[in-house]
Design a protein around this ligand. Structure first.
Ligand code: PMP
Length: 304
């Protein structure tokens, strides 16, 4: 990904894509303490707009706060920088990756004495779990790897090191011929995908795990809002894997994954084995919202 044209915002200014580099003795590279965001911008009739820019940027600052990393820019600057990156790279729709990391002043477990850096890159990225998955649903496997525990790593943060767990789970699922992993929490309840929140539909009601062990997903929050506004009952509660086997519909949400139906878990067909009607309704509304076609949710969009 390093050899391409374009600009990346790094520590306050735009640099050429190929020049956005760091030293091999960067603290975050060794110990994994960096925080990041995944954000998307979509084409709308008014121009390119970033979806829930404020919420993503606020979560980035919260993630940094959890690790006592002081971002040397204010939130408005980091929001404006994201708009600038999309504009400067002339992207109509894209994925954005803001990253906050510790510099290379010193190594050792103590992070003290290292400077805090920020970079923002953006590039086109289609359906994360594939166009076919988006339409027909994906095949998922319950992971042998357990999701984070609140007192091992703090899941309100979106931290780079946490993704070792995600990669292990995703790697295992893909090696075994599935499209994605579903991780359980330390007590065996459903938590989330390797990079997505999970929902199930049963008897017309929408269920999703509470936030004890999963990321407070911004797409999750959007889908909960859309569902409530459509008059669908939503319940946040502990969910067991056999509840997923026996539900009517299931889907993942995430900035990258958007709304992706799940058609199978652990070789058990879910519902009719294809995108269910509630999933289809929420997915269609979600894509209308991000494209600026649902005026009541216009406040979630920030033009670049
Ligand atoms: N859980 C994990 C582990 C993730 O990496 C993501 C993607 N950021 C999500 C859930 C979904 O969060 P969001 O909707 O804010 O992208």
């Amino acid at each position: 990904m390093d050899d391409r044209d374009g600009k990346i915002w790094q520590d306050g200014s735009l640099v050429d894509w190929r020049d956005a580099k760091i030293h091999v003795l960067t603290h975050s590279l060794h110990y994994g303490m960096a925080v990041f965001e995944g954000v998307r911008a979509y084409q709308t009739d008014e121009g390119t707009a970033i979806f829930r820019l404020k919420e993503h940027t606020q979560r980035l600052f919260n993630s940094a706060k959890i690790f006592q990393m002081t971002i040397p820019f204010d939130i408005d600057t980091v929001m404006r920088a994201q708009q600038q990156v999309v504009r400067e790279n002339q992207l109509e729709s894209c994925y954005l990756r803001p990253l906050v990391w510790l510099g290379s002043e010193k190594l050792g477990i103590s992070a003290k004495g290292n400077t805090v850096h920020v970079a923002i890159a953006a590039w086109p990225w289609g359906a994360y779990l594939g166009e076919e998955g988006m339409a027909k649903g994906i095949r998922v496997k319950t992971s042998s790897f357990t999701r984070h525990h609140v007192n091992v790593s703090m899941v309100r943060a979106k931290a780079s090191g946490y993704y070792i767990n995600s990669i292990l789970a995703n790697q295992e699922a893909l090696t075994d011929g599935y499209d994605e992993a579903l991780l359980l929490d330390t007590e065996g309840y459903v938590s989330e995908g390797s990079g997505e929140n999970v929902f199930i539909v049963k008897n017309g009601k929408l269920y999703t795990p509470d936030l004890a062990s999963c990321l407070d997903g911004i797409t999750r929050d959007a889908v909960l809002t859309l569902a409530r506004d459509l008059g669908i009952a939503v319940i946040e509660k502990r969910i067991t894997r056999d509840e997923v086997y026996c539900c009517d519909e299931a889907f993942f949400t995430g900035t990258a994954a958007e709304v992706t139906p799940i058609r199978e878990l652990d070789n058990r067909q879910i519902g009719d084995g294809r995108r269910g009607p509630v999933t289809a309704q929420l997915q269609a509304l979600f894509f209308d919202v991000v494209a600026g076609k649902a005026p009541q949710y216009r406040h979630w969009l920030t033009l670049v």
